[in-house]
Design a protein around this ligand. Structure first.
Ligand code: FAD
Length: 352
């Protein structure tokens, strides 16, 4: 049996909920299909000590401020999960859980959304599937030869399981820095490697400033002005309290990237080697877009070509939340609201 609605939103994390909020405001019939059994999107699966890089007030979706977490300037992931669960209840968003979207097909005037629980027919689709389900590991020589444990950020839970071990953390972004700090505080024998020397943002700069910077940059580019250097010009790592404390205690001196893995560890270009028990790859993510392969949409670097949030080759499709390419800071809690609003407005025009 095929069900029908005006808009299917694929993914019920923060981006899918922001889409639902604006679709509801405009009175557009929609359903949000989410693979998870519970609310919270990727935040349900992050490591125990993760801290947001912005205070609660600056980590809010449209319509409702995130409440302050008692005793914490930078909330933890469970606080975000609770906020998102409350958000979808408060706005009575039509989320259907435990539904995996397998593919989206063109079907005349409609898009057909095939799921493991039957098909949906829709006049527009918003994809908000995030990146968490597509961890990225770089191709480094010897990765198959190494016999120790390798894991990606998505599998890291806490330092406890590495007690007594020597661990390499790869990556100079926020995840790498936070995981390295977590291990360092727990007294784990840590080697932190980064492709270039770690660039900590000034201690008084957090996600708020990054958001303002991303917005200003996008406005400048939209107005035809030249590249302003981007968010990356400010630095890579927000000095949230655990990171700052570890850095100030001298626990986070980074080494350059090694050149290969050996059977027992890592080796640098100068021939120096280290035996290690585990390697944690904090090396980022790619957008989860496999459900669009049947649409054959143009794009580069794993992205789909968009104008704002709308797919260039399929005007009934919007992409939300994957990164700056779908709106300034759209892969953040505070940043996804505006592109979600724009997408909902464009869909209203399309359906008229
Ligand atoms: P997700 O939260 O990943 O939600 C996508 C949902 O879609 C999931 O429930 C998933 O199961 C579902 N899904 C995927 N594929 C399908 C499918 N085919 N069918 C059905 N459902 C599907 N942002 C901030 O604002 N502040 C921070 O401090 C911050 N810290 C971060 C720290 C880390 C380590 C990471 C990785 C990100 C951080 N971010 C932060 C960025 C951002 O907020 C998150 O990446 C956010 O989870 C993105 O939300 P989303 O809704 O787009 O995707």
């Amino acid at each position: 049996m095929t069900r029908s609605t005006d808009v299917v939103v694929v993914g019920g994390g923060q981006s899918g909920l922001a889409a639902g909020y604006h679709l509801r405001r405009l009175g557009l019939e929609h359903v949000i299909l989410d693979a998870q059994a519970a609310p919270g999107g990727a935040w349900q699966h992050t490591w125990d000590s993760l801290r947001l890089f912005s205070p609660a007030k600056y980590s809010s979706l449209p319509g409702r401020l995130m409440p302050v977490q008692s005793g914490q300037t930078y909330p933890d992931a469970q606080h975000v999960v609770d906020y998102l669960a409350d958000y979808e209840k408060r706005y009575d968003l039509p989320v259907q859980r435990g539904v995996w979207v397998e593919a989206v097909h063109r079907d005349g005037a409609f898009l057909r959304v095939a799921t493991d629980g039957g098909d949906w027919q829709a006049r527009a689709v918003v994809s908000a599937t995030g990146t968490w389900t597509r961890p990225f590991l770089p191709a480094v020589p010897g990765r198959r030869e190494y016999t120790g444990r390798q894991l990606h950020t998505v599998q890291y839970q806490s330092a406890v399981e590495f007690a007594g071990q020597r661990v390499v953390v790869v990556g100079g972004g926020n995840s790498g820095a936070q995981v390295a700090a977590d291990l360092a505080h727990a007294g784990i024998d840590l080697i932190w490697v980064t492709q270039r020397p770690p660039r900590f943002l000034a201690d008084d700069i957090d996600g708020r400033a990054l958001f303002d910077h991303a917005t200003a940059r996008r406005r400048a580019l939209d107005a035809g002005r030249t590249e302003t250097g981007g968010v990356a010009s400010l630095g890579d790592i927000v000095a949230v309290p655990p990171v700052r404390a570890a850095r100030d205690a001298g626990l986070m001196a980074a080494k350059p990237m090694f050149s290969r893995l050996t059977a027992t560890g890592v080796e640098w270009a100068d021939g120096i080697a280290a035996d290690v028990d585990a390697i944690i790859w904090c090396t980022g993510f790619r957008p989860a877009l496999a459900h669009f392969s049947a649409l054959r949409l143009r794009g580069t670097r794993g992205h789909i070509a968009t104008t704002g949030t709308r797919a260039v080759d399929e005007p009934r499709l919007h992409l939300l939340g994957y990164g700056d390419w779908t709106g300034p800071a759209s892969a953040t809690l505070i940043g996804v609201g505006r592109p979600a609003r724009d997408a909902a407005r464009q869909i209203r025009e399309l359906l008229r």
